[in-house]
Write a protein of this length. Structure first.
Length: 153
């Protein structure tokens, strides 16, 4: 019997490539999220440093101009934190979208692989049947040739 050939192997290979590509994209998105988390943490740390410095100097006495400078610096840093937080949320949504795409791609690959497995099992069953039939025919032909030889004697 001829070798097993699954007609959707090309589709399966393509879907595996898509899955691999999405896996790489998800990894890149996760790296961006981690980088942005670090940026946000640095912005929060900077805010805490400015606030601590402001409180320390305020305890010793500050001019109104210096107080306004610190307050302005804190408001600017709050804006930076808000902007970085919004960016982080955007990146997290993108990462989640990639994760969902990857899950969908894995389901696609899995469905084609299951179909391939079913076709392979059917092929193996057919091969076994044809081999059994061949053996039965061979045994039958030998016994018929043995009978005809004994009948002639």
């Amino acid at each position: 019997m001829k070798k097993f050939r699954f007609p959707l192997d090309i589709v399966l290979e393509y879907r595996r490539q898509v899955q691999d590509s999405l896996q790489v994209e998800l990894g890149a998105a996760a790296a961006e999220v981690r980088r942005q988390e670090q940026v946000l943490e640095n912005a929060r740390r900077r805010y805490a440093d400015i606030n601590r410095e402001y409180r320390e100097k305020a305890a010793l006495g500050l001019s109104i101009a210096e107080m306004r400078g610190y307050e302005t610096g804190l408001k600017v840093q709050q804006g930076v934190i808000a902007r970085e937080l919004a960016q982080l949320e955007t990146l997290r949504r993108r990462m989640e979208a990639k994760r969902q795409e990857l899950v969908s791609a894995k389901l696609d690959v899995s469905s084609v692989e299951k179909l391939r497995e079913k076709k392979l099992q059917a092929y193996v069953k057919d091969v076994e049947k044809s081999e059994e039939q061949f053996i039965d025919d061979l045994v039958g032909a030998r016994s018929n040739s043995g009978r005809s030889a004994s009948l002639e004697s």
